[in-house]
Design a protein around this ligand. Structure first.
Ligand code: ASP
Length: 411
């Protein structure tokens, strides 16, 4: 019998994981079968994520360096830079506007009080992170010794070094053609390994989703039900309506065409809650299925994984207003404008790892004097919200590279 396609296997894996998780949840945490299931799921899920992380850093490093070198050879570097940054800013601004609008309209949190959650907040100590310190820390982390950055898996500084190296290689021209050829071949080998790792994806995704459903706290979810529905609803709206609309307007490509090529990456992002861990899959989808040139994808996707976060931006803006409602504070229009800009910076500065948005959100809350301890209320439900948020983050990166490719080629 012919094996189903990888896409179908991943879909079956995802549905099985959700179903099993739900069934185990019903049996209770003390059940021996559930304990064994959780243990096995943890092993498989960790193995899958570890393999993706193993290949992620060499892949980013080679794809950016080779991408930059090829772009400069074609004199396109400048256009790609400008188009990429313009797209990131535009799509995140739209996402934040949706988050603010939805929170003003649906008013989640009104009628509840911070005091209701005093237990959760008691043991929580937020690290103070004023804007100036956040910015200084961020800047300080950009340029590291490349060996430190590579060994620590620091995506932003690997991106920075790869950009500089790519430019240096092209400036040197013929002289460095061997290094460039070596990096090009390393990139090809990395993609081959990614294709192998993807064979494990259906099991890895099944295990990740099983764990996700099993550890949810049903009581807290029902207390914060309205907030969760508003966040998930608006994030899905951004992913199903706004981003496809942008894609269609700029490239004429339909949502179905996009979904067919992008689903492996979107489901992986949903299950792992990490744009960074998904990066190898995103690069595979965008170059092999959606046919973006490797030099453009190699630049836009890794940069987008750390900088372009539509889902995170939308969440941080909406959550700040939710906290304001809990605290009984009415934010003025001017204060909401501050939230808008603070969110933009916080989302850009958030690394592509699970719950990173929660950490940078401290800065957003502080920007308008909201109680930072409220993060403690949001943390327990964050794994749930991070699923859709990360999928939309990754979707934004893929739509971005398709739009940038179109803009660069038609200008
Ligand atoms: N988990 C998100 C990502 O990797 C970041 C966040 O926490 O919002 O894209």
């Amino acid at each position: 019998m012919k094996r189903p396609s990888l896409n179908l296997q991943i879909l079956i894996g995802a549905i099985t994981g959700l179903g099993l998780g739900w069934y185990f949840h019903g049996l209770g945490a003390e059940n021996e079968v559930v304990k064994l299931g959780l243990y096995s799921a943890s092993l498989v899920a960790t193995l899958f994520i570890d393999l993706l992380k193993m290949i992620m850093i060499p892949l980013i490093f080679c794809s950016i360096t080779v991408g930059i070198a090829n772009l400069r050879q074609h004199q396109q570097m400048h256009k790609v830079w400008v188009a990429t940054l313009a797209f990131f800013t535009f799509s995140m601004a739209v996402a934040i506007a949706i988050g603010l609008f939805a929170s003003n309209y649906f008013k989640p949190g009104v009628g509840m009080h911070l005091a209701m959650f005093s237990n959760a907040m008691q043991n929580f100590e937020a690290k103070q992170l004023p804007f100036s310190e956040f910015f200084a820390q961020f800047l300080h982390g950009v340029f590291l010794n490349p060996f430190t950055a590579l060994s620590q898996g620091n995506v932003l500084s690997v991106v920075a070094f790869a950009l500089i190296l790519g430019i240096a290689l092209v400036m040197g021209g013929e002289r460095y053609k061997n290094i460039l050829a070596l990096l090009q071949e390393t990139l090809e080998v990395c993609m081959r390994i990614v294709n192998w790792i993807m064979r494990l994806a259906p099991y890895g995704i099944c295990a990740l989703l099983l764990k996700l459903v099993l550890i949810q706290d049903a009581e807290l979810i029902s207390t914060l039900g309205k907030f969760i529905v508003v966040i998930l609803g608006t994030t899905v709206f951004h992913g199903l309506v706004i981003l496809p609309l942008i894609l269609f307007v700029f490239t004429g490509k339909t949502p179905l065409w996009f979904w067919r090529g992008a689903r492996e990456a979107l489901i992986t992002a949903f299950a792992t809650s990490s744009s960074n861990a998904t990066l190898p899959v995103t690069l595979r989808c965008i170059t092999q299925h959606l046919h973006v040139k490797p030099e453009i994808a190699g630049f836009v996707i890794p940069l987008g994984a750390t900088m372009n976060m539509d889902g995170t931006a939308l969440y941080e803006a909406a959550a700040a207003l939710f906290v304001a409602n809990l605290a009984g504070i009415d934010l003025s229009l001017a204060q909401q404008l501050i939230v808008f800009f603070a969110t933009m910076i916080a989302a850009m500065g958030a690394p592509g790892i699970p719950s990173a948005g929660m950490v940078t959100m401290i800065m957003v809350l502080q920007s308008v004097g909201l109680p930072v301890e409220a993060i403690a209320i949001l943390l327990p439900i964050d794994r749930l919200l991070d699923t859709v948020r990360t999928a939309v983050n990754v979707q934004g990166d893929m739509v971005g590279s398709l739009v940038v490719q179109k803009l660069v080629h038609s200008s």
